[in-house]
Design a protein. Structure first.
Length: 412
């Protein structure tokens, strides 16, 4: 036998719910002075319209930059034959200030559902944990797990209701239900999209370059995990607002598995550099017969065999800045190109490999950047001058060619 007693006296005066925690039983404990410190309500900004305060300040120009929401991160997800891979970094930043290197950007909604965070940490964390509660309530009421589509729709409806009120969220909802694996992107405007490949955050353009060049549906689990890890690393390498550690999850028919709980991006930097025969600290990558030593005075001293002509690459902009380097990409699509370049570049490429890397980098930039397109042209500069290797190859032809290499039709 079981018995229970419930006190319903609160129904006599529902206004008691609005009282502070020191204004009921504590009154009998001699805590009157403490009760006087309890606020009656949350203080609002002393302006005409607190709801639009941030927008009004930005429009007025009274405090330039004060209301800019400085944020940054890199998260990604993609569907493949073995399920879904979710990979994230762990840095939280406020402009140039790094607030944390250990943020958990994957919300474990239930044993078959994951959510990611990009945007405002507080907004994403609160509302995705709220989604966790809603999903649990659905499971208790209907005695079955909620579908991925329904979970993402719940989140989208919440965001739509708060549209225009300052939320900053770019999230992914990934999971496995009765109909298989599903991946959705949901943002703070209430937009909701289903897809096979997503990357969200300030470093997403760099990650997309690596993802687009390496993704295909029939990847093995090991290949998919490595693609996710490499994509996040290369994003952190170029994007100052991304960093910390790489975390990778694998969503499969039995739930999800945390494959990489946290791998330092600095460790990955030297590991990937070592794979290319580099140290990870070299500003100049030189061939064995091109021994160059850099002094603190920034003067270079070459061995006798360097009296012959050698290649040089400079970047110069309209501010008069001039930089010498081994890898540059410039323009609106450069971030996408950098993802492909960084993952494929090494000094000892053959001419054919180098031409293909250049062609592929430009194609993937045109695929994501609406301001880039047309044809790809590739030049090779060598000791006898320069050669136009590819005079002009249509990016649409390349799109279907690269899709065919991956077993796709190019219309997905």
């Amino acid at each position: 036998m079981a018995t229970a007693a419930v006190d319903f006296t609160f129904m006599e005066d529902p206004s008691r719910f609005a009282l502070g925690h020191l204004m009921e039983q504590d009154m009998d404990m001699g805590l009157d002075c403490a009760a006087s410190c309890e606020p009656d309500a949350f203080a609002m900004a002393p302006v005409d319209n607190p709801k639009t305060f941030c927008e009004d300040m930005k429009k007025s120009g009274a405090a330039p930059g004060l209301m800019d929401f400085k944020k940054g991160t890199t998260t990604l997800g993609f569907v493949f034959q073995g399920g879904i891979i979710i990979a994230v970094d762990s840095r939280a930043s406020m402009g140039s200030y790094i607030g944390s290197q250990t943020v958990k950007k994957v919300i474990e909604i239930n044993d078959f559902l994951l959510g990611t965070m990009a945007g405002g940490a507080a907004d994403c964390s609160f509302w995705e944990r709220h989604l966790t509660r809603l999903c649990r309530m659905h499971e208790l009421r209907h005695r079955e797990r909620i579908s991925v589509a329904a979970a993402s729709k719940l989140l989208a409806n919440i965001f739509y209701g708060y549209r225009g009120q300052g939320l900053s969220c770019g999230t992914m909802v990934a999971g496995w239900d009765k109909s298989g694996p599903h991946l959705y992107y949901v943002d703070d405007q209430g937009d909701r999209h289903k897809g096979n490949v997503f990357s969200v955050g300030s470093g997403s353009t760099f990650a997309y370059g690596v993802l687009d060049s390496g993704y295909k549906f029939d990847l093995s689990v090991e290949e998919a995990v490595e693609l996710g890890r490499r994509s996040i690393y290369h994003a952190t390498h170029r994007d100052g607002a991304s960093g910390g550690v790489v975390r990778v999850y694998h969503v499969h028919e039995k739930g999800w598995t945390k494959v990489i709980p946290g791998e330092d991006v600095n460790t990955l930097h030297y590991m990937y550099a070592n794979e290319k025969g580099l140290k990870g600290t070299d500003e100049w990558c030189t061939a064995p017969n091109m021994k160059m030593v850099r002094k603190k005075s920034s003067n270079f001293h070459a061995s006798p065999e360097l009296t012959q002509l050698v290649p040089h690459l400079y970047y110069v902009d309209d501010q008069g800045d001039r930089h010498k380097g081994n890898v540059f990409s410039v323009g609106s699509g450069s971030t996408f190109a950098y993802g492909v370049l960084d993952s494929g570049y090494k000094f000892d490429l053959s001419v054919e490999e180098a031409v293909e890397l250049g062609r592929r980098s430009i194609y993937h930039a045109t695929h994501r950047d609406g301001a880039s397109g047309g044809v790809v042209r590739v030049y090779h500069v060598h000791e006898k001058g320069w050669t136009k290797v590819i005079p002009g190859e249509d990016v649409n032809d390349l799109h279907y060619m690269y899709a065919k290499e991956k077993g796709l039709t190019g219309t997905e």
